[in-house]
Design a protein around this ligand. Sequence first.
Ligand code: ADP
Ligand code: ZN
Ligand code: ZN
Length: 712
Amino acid sequence: MYYIDVWVEHPLGLDAPLTYRCPFEHVEKGMRVTVSLNRQAVVGIVSNVNVKVPEGIDVKDVLSVLDEEPVINEELNELALWMAIDTLCDPILCYKTILPPVLKPQSSSQKAKIEKWLIAVEGEFELTLKQREIVDEILLSGEVLYSTVKSASIRDKLIEKGALRIEVREVTYRKSLKKGSESSLILSDAQRTVVDGIDLNETSVNCIFGATGSGKTEIYMRIADKVLTLGKQVILLVPEISLTPQMLDRFYKRFGDDIIVYHSHLTPQQRYIQYMRAKNQQASIAIGTRSAIFLPFENLGCIILDEEHDSSFKQDKAPFYHARDIAIHRGETFQCPVILGSATPAMETYARALKGVYRLFTLNQRITSDMAKVTLVDTRQLLRQRKNNELSEVLLEGIKSRLELKQQVILLLNRRGYMPILTCKQCDSVAMCPNCDVSLAYHKAGQKATCHVCGYTQIKLVCTACGSTQWQGSGFATQRLEEQLKTQFPSARILRMDADTTRKTDGHATLLNAFAKGEADILLGTQMIAKGLDIPNVTLVGILQGDAALGRPDYRSIENTFAMMVQAAGRSGRSTLGGEVIIQAFDVRHYAVQYARNQDYVSFFNHEMKYRHQGQYPPYTYLIAITVSDEDWDKARSLAVDVASRCRSDESFKTLGPADLGKIKGKFRFRIVCKGKDLVGMKSFVRQEIMPVKRKSGKTQISINVSPMGLQ
Ligand code: ADP
Ligand code: ZN
Ligand code: ZN
């Protein structure tokens, strides 16, 4: 009998593993076991074997051992513990984040799927002609899936005679053995500088700042090629897998089947299979979204983040990790380079590159075409002149001429629904969600009012103030834009892409493929269409309400607005057909709009840095956001006040708040922000002073987000 330490999930959190007595013969660190906690059987991860227990302490038994070998290797085990410290979160949550759903330690343990195989046995057997035929066929490959032999009677007979035997295995990936092909492109000088300049045997972080279409993807592929020659593996992270069909296509063409695709749209079983392919070294390139950063390659040679500024790389629940930080940590472990590519790098990234913390490579020009021409439309002026300020004449003209030329148009309007605001006709109150401090948006399809935060939906809306059922809608969102375009251009084929039309698993891919194949003339949609698309026939991109997000009280909203406009503009004119971009904005003189018009990231960066310096925001400082929430306003508020005063006791950083963030999904929220130059010091303060409060706070929740992506 011996004792082991196990990480388990405790409702209030645990910062140390618990000790159990182990009656089983074989247990290793990194295996999953079931143990009892609060009279319930829960799954945990073994953190240590053969630990000493002080005399006289009552220790419970391990109930069962779930694995025959560790599900997590040494490197990822170390990563989980590092991540727990880095993100101020419990180790067990980090294990859960790193492992695929099938292997996650949680109370109900899921199992990997199994399947039956038939194996041909060597030797002489007396067989009928038909039986011999089947055995010969199986002998060609030695084995087939049980279900491929259709006749049950022949199958049973062959098994009975000993010519075939059954083997039960876990379902694995079946290779179709497609080979890739070499690139015939000759790299430009700028591309060559990057490919030759990054030493694959050295730890480094490299920022590739290159306009859309400047040849970054080609660079990623060349570097991947070199990494594979060294016998190592590559992880390439992208913001949203279904938005990058063209990029995947190019990788498949180049590298054949040596690719793992990993993202959250996969079923748990599919994710497990891909995870095991990485673990068993059955592929060398992984392309995926945020969670692909944890794939268990054992000899990583390079990690690439494409569109590294994208907010999807930061997880929006605990552990609030950023894939960039994980990438840099793993890069250090494997002593390999990390590449951060973007046309609009995050302010932090570019600032570090300028300081020499990261290496900077700049690609100034598009490879095959010039940057698109940008026109600004002042919608404030149109409003004054009582003209259509949502769909300006300039934009309508632009669309018309593209339709005549049989070219394609992308329109970006970052607001879904029909009209975002409903006002009571009798008393002028705005229809609000009962669970959130958010106004209900009107959706014409289904004639319903919906909350975009919690999904609350009401068909017959009654005014809570006066009881009236008469409503007046206002504002302009994607469904209404679609309707107006249909009236203006009755023969145009229009696709709308927003959260309402892409609910199905591969909704994005279906719409994008249709548009890429030329099955529609106009693609309109929310921010999701601004990313990644590379369609040669698109010669006009229209951005509606381009500066709408500038009004948000968040220091990062200007950066986000600028990046969104530049990224969307980058979808236009990617071929020799040339391209145009029309940005409609209310405040055309705002520097974000002006620099976006000139596609001038560097000037934008310099301007924005002054503003960040004045307000002492990142990258000049670091932030930790602490959010307290409860269904009860008083409880949330009083704990928030308590947390804030604890934070204020340390004067080495500034404490802001608590700020009332209003109600979301039935919970009142207050946020305290710690802001300072010494992130390590701030983290250790929060770990020592605030985490114990969190563990004791009961139903009032405290969430801690180190380096939040913004303060919305
Ligand atoms: P990015 O990833 O920066 O948007 P891509 O790598 O997709 O840029 O390149 C844009 C286009 O230019 C693609 O169609 C690509 O095939 C082409 N391209 C890239 N590098 C070269 C090159 N060296 N010579 C010719 N064409 C190139
Ligand atoms: Zn009313
Ligand atoms: Zn709501």
